[in-house]
Design a protein around this ligand. Structure first.
Ligand code: ASP
Ligand code: MG
Length: 428
């Protein structure tokens, strides 16, 4: 008998039918002789609707109250799911994050787990119950105030519980069959990956793939939790995210002899590009600019500096930041105009980022060439470039991003024979 943690996202429990469908699945797993712990998100778009309501009653909802409000979404789905499961003859008990021992720091809206102590969950399992836990929430260790882990945080709840309970697997259910070589909504010929290393999954998640929350992948990697990403709408085998080569041998899949060259393509539309024009090209200037941004906790992603020539060398320096920090970056630079001594500022929010990820890149020259050639053949201009050991990212014009994803997908031979099925929802 094994212990399985199953996490169901909002689109899987969007209405009563969805809740009953998920309940059947849980009961089936249980009937196969497993202990089952379930983590559930709020129904459908509940979290967004609650956020809208909060913003209607006041312009600045206090963070503590916002967390209190948002966690109500998961309380609704956990109780309904427990009722549905009980109605099918399997004993079930629901627990809030606090009851399940999800202890956090005090950062409302983006709390970090500091301790996971699922004593009551363990007891409930031992009594023969299916334990159903509200995702995305915890309790502040000192104040005992209710906290949330940040949007999409239910994945992290599931992985943290799987680690603490030493579960055999953490199944993350959503509305697609697994992790795809690209977003099937953009590249219909995207293929489902049978497995992906957590190193690659981290790069995909960090660069816009929404299938898994970045923090949950980090957590799973650190604690060696095996993730199985699959659809709640079918019985199909999904994608296994393998924490390390040693663990691969224990997964149902054979460990591959060679890493595939490319695992997938992620895209991101949430970046903006800021260009500081005519910056004096002398030591210390870049440091001055980025100190300014760092002090204000602006997270800079890509950076490009052009070459300069002449007697009074000046250069253009471009960087990208998340769109929610774009205005802040610009206002900081404006305020420091004299100190830095630049000639102008340029702001571009019509950019997109494409990232090609694959562990096989490390040992295969020519990937960059194929990548750039595919974009060139489609007449897509590359604005900025950055790389890591297993990733190459480029910035393109926003309106060319979808096409860029498709041509690069084709160029690396990733296209499937058939189009991928998308069951419901918006990608989470
Ligand atoms: N309901 C929360 C959200 O929409 C948490 C989650 O879905 O994981 O962000
Ligand atoms: Mg959600």
């Amino acid at each position: 008998m094994s212990l399985i943690v199953q996490k169901f996202g909002g689109s899987s429990v969007a209405d009563a039918d969805g809740i009953r469908r998920v309940a059947r699945r849980i009961v089936e797993t249980r009937n196969r002789g497993h202990d089952v712990v379930v983590v559930v998100s709020a129904m459908g778009d509940t979290t967004d609707e609650l956020l809208d309501l909060a913003n209607e009653v006041t312009r600045r909802p206090p963070a503590r109250e916002l967390d209190m409000l948002l966690t109500a979404g998961e309380r609704i789905s956990m109780a309904l799911l427990a009722m549905a499961v009980s109605g099918m003859g399997a004993p079930a008990q629901s627990f809030t994050g606090s009851q399940a021992g999800m202890v956090t720091d005090g950062a409302h809206g983006a709390a970090r787990l500091v301790e996971v102590n699922p004593q009551r969950v363990r007891e409930s399992l031992d009594e023969g119950n299916i334990a159903i836990i509200a995702g995305f929430q915890g309790v502040h260790r000192q104040t005992k105030d209710i906290t949330t882990l940040g949007r999409g945080g239910s994945d992290t709840t599931a992985v943290a519980l799987a680690a603490a309970l030493q579960a055999d697997v953490c199944e993350i259910y959503s509305d697609v069959d697994g992790v795809f070589t690209a977003d099937p909504r953009i590249a219909p010929r995207a293929r489902k990956l049978e497995q992906v290393s957590s190193e690659e999954m981290l790069e995909l998640a960090a660069n816009g793939a929404k299938i898994l929350h970045l923090r949950c992948v980090e957590y799973a990697r650190r604690f060696g939790v095996k993730l199985h990403v699959r659809s709640s709408f079918t019985q199909n085998e999904g994608t296994w995210v393998i924490p390390s080569p040693e663990d691969a041998a224990t997964s149902p899949k054979e460990i591959p002899l060679e890493q595939p060259l490319i695992s997938g393509i992620a895209h991101d539309r949430t970046q903006v590009k800021v260009t500081v024009v005519g910056v004096p090209d002398k030591p210390g200037i870049a440091a001055r600019i980025f100190r300014l941004l760092a002090e204000a906790k602006v997270n800079v992603d890509m950076i490009v500096q052009n070459v300069s020539t002449g007697d009074d060398p000046r250069t253009d320096l471009s960087f990208t930041v998340d769109e929610c920090q774009g205005e802040l970056a610009v206002s900081l630079l404006r305020a420091a105009e004299e100190k830095i001594g630049y000639a102008g500022l340029d702001y571009d929010d019509e950019v997109g980022k494409l990232s090609l990820v694959g562990a096989g890149m490390k040992s295969n020259p020519g990937v960059t060439f194929t990548f750039f050639e595919a974009l060139a053949a489609a007449n897509i201009n590359i604005d900025m470039i950055s790389t890591s050991e297993v990733r190459i990212s480029v910035i393109t014009a926003a309106d060319r991003l979808d096409e860029a994803v498709r041509v690069v997908h084709t160029a690396f031979g990733l296209d499937a024979e058939q189009e991928a099925t998308v069951y419901a929802g918006t990608g989470r």
